[in-house]
Every structure is written in structure tokens, then in C-alpha cells.
Design a protein around this ligand. Structure first.
Ligand code: PRX
Length: 632
């Protein structure tokens, strides 16, 4: 068999050098063990690769399905395994985090240094009364302090709720309100394309709507003047200089099933859902999957170019690399600032060996041509990764050829906020097909079902489902267990409904097609129609609104909004701009509709539900499908 990165009937085989490093046999063994007895195989990984204060008595408790529990009775803390044990080992002076600011400032934290900062900030939070189970909202840019804040919460057994720094006033308010956080951590601003994102101002406005917050801790990053509310707002650096900021506090032992974090994500209807992840299972799942898929080793420099505010950042900028004792790079700014080779410059200067990013970023950088990457030495790269949406074969090939020099395999990882960890993905030894996430990982049982719940035929599009529980899975929707059951476990009883459609080919490879619900992926960011529509109708000119995603060459999808105006309001171009800005102000710039059309009516069912499917079909010039329930 040809094995030199050569393409063969659509398959791309791994390079010999890649195979020589990857733990191919190990994975075969673990796959086999998972087939024989899935919970025992996970128990073996959990027991041999992690530290526990106390062992668990039941590996997988299915008695209250779909509220599955893992490592029940076990006591640990993700920080025990992400920091404490490394500080005791030779890794104490290894770089844990290499950070580069958009303004080229750099900072490196060894495991020991990171651990000290985390301990100091945890003792500050503890002095403020933060205890096990308390929720803390974090709203920051891509700076080391976001990682320190998250780990400090985890160390105390408190539950972090990170709100992506690209979200704005109402999105932040809703998430604070729902989590009932008493403490928020933010920054004076964030750098993006040479401009300041005024995080503190946005926080102040959100807090006028959310009364639960008593204390706001503010990291100084950009240095512009911000309002500091007396009695409520405190500077991070002042607190960290107090004698209470103790660099040596003990990590709090927690139950494996105790919550680690909430992360809000968009669903089909209603407000964003608070996905809840726990310490034990998530820890085991994140570390194992990162090791399997990216084969991260001690001499690697791992760069996940996502934002810490999304699940990709939680799992694979922060927790996964630290659990493996790896060196992880975080970059603050935009990929093309100040020039389109910023990423390739970073890759060269820091000797990045593994780069993990999203198709939208690849397509965006591809537009600038080959000369920008070609002027850099990218020879240290050995693996590439993709996540967030299907990668089109053209972008895949460019990434493979121009960035990976036909040498680096691309790990197209399919997973979700809810799954917590990679689910369907190649490993370095897997023969690849551009555009397919290939095969489920060990222990993951997926299927593609038709409307009746039977397995779809070969290459037939159907619902992507997962049939067995896995350690890193969400445990519930915080505060709404019923919605957890209804959203994920009701369409086909007993199996997890992903919300995606997919097909499976003759080699068993999975091709993810896209969402089957009202979730829209804009530049890989997950948005819900409901959140954007409610922002539109909160404007005084709008009576009703409907939004859909329409395909876009670079961003995957962009948002198109339809608005019915209040009687008497003029449908002007100025109003279009005002509404776009209004959505950016309420939800965030990523949610800004690309186009807004003023209409007299919206297609609705007789029960009054907007049929977005019909709007979408009209835009795409497709058949409107079954419109028998359409109100005439
Ligand atoms: O539609 C799938 C798409 O992203 C959704 C999950 O979004 P989110 O929870 O924001 O998590 C994104 C990062 C894990 C999925 O339901 N998606 C994610 N990865 C892929 C993908 N679609 C195709 N191929 C992928 N590799």
C-alpha cells in the first residue's frame, strides 16, 4: 500500500514519519478493550493515568438514564491532575502556557508559575466567600488570566461559567441571570485588530439588568479608563498583591460527579442552555481523546487557536493540554493582524508542532494566497486539526498542501459543547478522506437513523445519534433537567440526538452534513435563531422577526433576518443599519445579520410557529417541501 501522504482513490494515507511516532498499537488495544467492556476500559484509563483522592465504587451508573454518572463515589479534582501532580514532577519547570498578545507581548508560565497564580487567585476568591458549588461568571478576552480564573474556580470546587468575550450585553446578562453568579471576573478590555473591545463597559451595562452580581474583579489589559463602581468593582492586580493571595493553598477534593463548569450554548428554541460538565468523567475523557487524536507528547508545542470562551477552548486550550502535562499556546488577537501571516509567524517563532483550528479560519487565510505562509518555516508542524463545521475539500487540500506540506495529516474532529470531548475523528494513523471526520473514537458508538429510527442506508442522509454514554458527556442542563431529556433523549428514546445530519459511506466513514435544527453556525460559532430574533424584536421598530442561516463561502453560514415592522415605521436603509448594530450590541458582533429584509408576513404553521425551513428553501431556490400545515 502506498503510504507517503499520497492520495489514492480519494484516500490520503499518513506519512511514515507520522506513523513512526503515533501510538498505533496502543489505540488498537484500547479499541478492542472498549468493544469487550466499555466501562472497564475507561476504568483502566482513569485508574492508571490520573490521581484520585479516593477510588470510585461504580464506573458507570446507568440506573437513572439518561442522567448517567461516571466514577461514582470517586474523589478527585481536575486541578489535582492538571497542575498539582505536575508541580510535584520534573514538569514543574516545563512551559504550561505560552501566551502571545496581539501587540506581540509574550508571557510564558511554567507549571509551577501557573500553579502559584492559580493558588493565589483561588485564595482571593475563597476570601470573598466563593465555595464549592458557587457559580462564577468569567467574561474576558484571550489572556492568561482567563485560564488562571477558570482553574482557580475549579481548585475550590466552584463552578465557572465563561461567557465568550465576543458576546454582548443581553447575551451576558441572560447568562449571569440564569447561573445566579454573585461574582464576575472581567477585564478593562480586549485587543482585537488593534481596537479595544470594551469588556468592562459591556459588563456594566449587563449588570444594570442583572442584580445578582455583588463583586466584579477587573483585570487590567488594555489600560483605558473604565468606570469602577465603589463597593462592587476591584482590580485583580490589587487583590493579587494582598497578603491573602497565598501561593500554596490546597486543592479541594470534590466528587467525580461534582460540577466543574457551565457553558451556555444555543439550541432549537428558547434561551441558551447551560450545559453542565463534571470533574471526573470530563477530566478522563478530555485527556484521553486529546492523546489519541493528536498524540500530544512532551516535546510538542500544541496550539489550539480557538477562544477559551467556547468548548473547544475549555477542553483543548486549557484542561486537555494541562492534564497531559503539555505546552499549550494561546494567542490573543485576530489571525490576520497586522498582516495575513500572523498565524504563520507565530507558528514559526514558537515552533508549533500541532495546530488545531476551524474551517472558517482556514478559508479566510486561504484567500490571501500561498505567499504569506510560504515565507515562513512551518517545518516543525507534524499534525493539523479542524473543528466546528464540515471542512470543504478545497480548504482541506489547501491546509494539507500549503500549511502541512503534504506531510501533516488533518484530524477533522467532530464533537459538541454537549459531548465535551472529541467523538468522531481520525487518529494520526487513519487513512483520510477530505471532508469526512472519518470514524468514531474508541468507546463511541454512533449511528445514522432515518425518520423511523431505523439505521439509514449506505450514503443515505439521516440523524446522527450516539448510542452509549461516554465519560465527558454533559450531565444535564443546569436548572432544567426536563429540557435535557426533551432536547437530547426524546426523539429516539435511549439514544443521544446530536442535532446533526450525516451519512455513512461504504468504508464506515461518517460525513457530517450540518444541523437539522434552528442552530446556525456562523464562522464556526454556534448561534440560535431564538436569541437573535428576540434581540430584533426588542428594538422599538420591529413587531416580528425570523432569522435563518444562508451558505457563505468563507464563514460557512451568514445570518439573514426577516422583520415585520410596527405599523407606520418606514423601512429605510438607515433602519437596516440600526437593527444590525442593535443585534451586535445585544447579542454580539458575530450575531449581526448580513442582510435584513422587511416583509409583510412570515410563513407560519396554523399554530403560529414560524416555518424557517420555508424561508430557507425560498432563499436557496429549493422546493419548499411539505407546506400543508402552512397558514394560508
Ligand atoms: O454541527 C456540528 C458542528 O458543530 C456543532 C457543535 O457546535 P459547538 O457545540 O459550538 O461545538 C463546536 C466545537 C466542538 C455540531 O453539532 N461541528 C463540530 N465539529 C464538526 C462539526 N461539523 C462537521 N465536522 C466537524 N468536525
Amino acid at each position: 500500500m502506498a503510504r507517503s501522504g499520497e492520495q489514492n482513490g480519494g484516500m490520503v494515507y499518513p506519512d511514515e514519519a507520522v506513523l513512526a511516532r503515533a501510538g498505533v498499537e496502543d489505540l488498537r488495544a484500547v479499541s478492542q478493550a472498549m468493544l469487550v467492556d466499555m466501562p472497564s476500559a475507561w476504568a483502566e484509563i482513569a485508574r492508571t493515568q490520573f490521581e484520585w483522592y479516593e477510588p470510585w465504587h461504580t464506573t458507570l451508573d446507568e440506573s437513572n438514564a439518561p442522567f448517567y454518572q461516571w466514577f461514582v463515589g470517586g474523589k478527585t479534582n481536575i486541578v489535582l491532575n492538571a497542575l498539582d501532580r505536575h508541580v510535584r514532577s520534573w514538569r514543574r519547570n516545563k512551559a504550561a502556557l505560552i501566551w502571545e498578545g496581539e501587540n506581540y507581548e509574550t508571557r510564558t508560565y511554567t507549571y509551577q508559575q501557573l500553579n502559584r497564580e492559580v493558588s493565589r487567585f483561588a485564595s482571593v476568591l475563597r476570601a470573598m466567600g466563593v465555595n464549592k458549588g458557587d457559580r462564577v461568571t468569567i467574561y474576558m478576552g484571550r489572556i492568561p488570566e482567563i485560564e488562571i480564573a477558570m482553574l482557580a474556580c475549579a481548585k475550590l470546587g466552584a463552578v465557572h461559567s465563561v461567557v465568550y468575550g465576543g458576546f454582548s450585553v443581553e447575551a451576558l446578562h441572560g447568562r449571569i441571570e440564569d447561573s445566579q453568579s454573585r461574582i464576575a471576573i472581567t477585564a478593562d478590555g480586549a485587543w482585537l485588530r488593534g481596537n479595544v473591545v470594551p469588556l468592562k463597559d459591556i459588563m456594566d451595562e449587563a449588570l444594570q439588568r442583572a442584580p445578582t452580581i455583588q463583586t466584579v474583579i477587573v483585570v487590567k489589559r488594555t489600560g483605558q479608563d473604565v468606570h469602577m463602581e465603589p463597593g462592587r468593582d476591584l482590580w485583580y492586580h490589587d487583590l493579587m498583591n494582598l497578603p491573602i493571595a497565598d501561593a500554596h493553598i490546597e486543592t479541594v477534593p470534590v466528587d467525580a460527579e461534582d460540577p466543574l463548569y457551565l457553558l451556555y450554548t444555543s439550541g432549537t428554541t428558547g434561551a441558551p442552555k447551560a450545559i453542565l460538565h463534571t470533574h471526573g468523567g470530563y477530566m478522563v475523557g478530555v485527556a484521553a481523546t486529546l492523546k489519541w487524536v493528536f498524540d500530544v507528547q512532551d516535546d510538542d508545542t500544541w496550539w489550539c487557536a480557538a477562544d477559551p470562551g467556547w468548548v473547544t477552548g475549555h477542553s483543548y486550550i486549557i484542561y486537555g493540554p494541562l492534564l497531559l502535562g503539555a505546552t499549550s499556546l494561546m494567542y490573543e488577537g485576530a489571525p490576520n493582524y497586522p498582516f495575513p501571516d500572523r498565524w504563520w509567524d507565530i507558528t514559526e517563532r514558537h515552533g508549533v508542532t500541532i495546530l488545531y483550528t476551524a474551517p472558517t479560519a482556514i478559508r479566510g487565510l486561504m484567500r490571501f494566497g500561498d505567499a504569506w505562509p510560504n515565507r515562513h518555516d512551518l517545518s516543525k508542524l507534524r499534525l493539523l486539526g479542524s473543528v466546528g463545521e464540515p471542512i470543504n475539500p478545497e480548504a482541506w487540500r489547501w491546509y494539507h498542501r500549503v500549511i502541512g506540506k503534504d506531510r501533516c495529516p488533518i484530524m477533522d474532529t467532530w464533537w459538541q459543547t454537549e459531548t465535551g470531548t472529541f467523538m468522531i475523528s481520525p487518529v494520526p494513523a487513519t487513512p483520510l478522506k477530505p471532508g469526512s471526520a472519518t470514524l468514531p473514537l474508541p468507546g463511541v458508538e454512533v449511528d445514522v437513523l432515518n425518520e423511523e429510527g431505523d439505521p439509514a442506508g449506505l450514503n443515505e442522509e439521516g440523524y446522527l445519534v450516539i448510542k452509549r454514554p461516554w465519560p465527558g458527556m454533559m450531565r444535564t442542563i443546569y436548572g432544567d433537567p426536563e429540557r435535557y431529556v426533551n432536547s437530547y433523549w426524546s426523539r429516539f428514546p435511549g439514544v443521544y440526538m446530536t442535532g446533526d445530519s450525516a451519512r455513512r459511506d461504504e468504508d464506515g466513514y461518517i460525513w457530517v452534513i450540518g444541523r437539522v435544527d434552528d442552530v446556525i453556525k456562523v464562522s464556526g460559532y454556534r448561534l440560535g435563531t431564538a436569541e437573535i430574533e428576540s434581540a430584533l424584536v426588542s428594538h422599538r421598530a420591529v413587531a416580528e422577526a425570523a432569522v435563518i442561516g444562508v451558505p457563505d463561502e468563507v464563514r460557512g453560514h451568514v445570518i439573514k433576518a426577516y422583520c415585520i415592522l410596527i405599523t407606520g415605521v418606514e423601512p429605510t436603509q438607515r433602519l437596516v443599519e440600526e437593527l444590525r448594530d442593535h443585534v451586535a450590541h445585544e447579542v454580539g458582533p458575530i450575531a449581526k445579520p448580513a442582510t435584513i429584509e422587511f416583509v409583510e408576513t412570515l410563513p407560519k404553521t396554523r399554530s403560529g410557529k414560524i416555518m424557517r425551513r420555508v424561508l430557507k428553501a425560498r432563499v436557496l431556490g429549493q422546493d419548499e417541501g411539505d407546506t400543508s400545515t402552512l397558514e394560508q
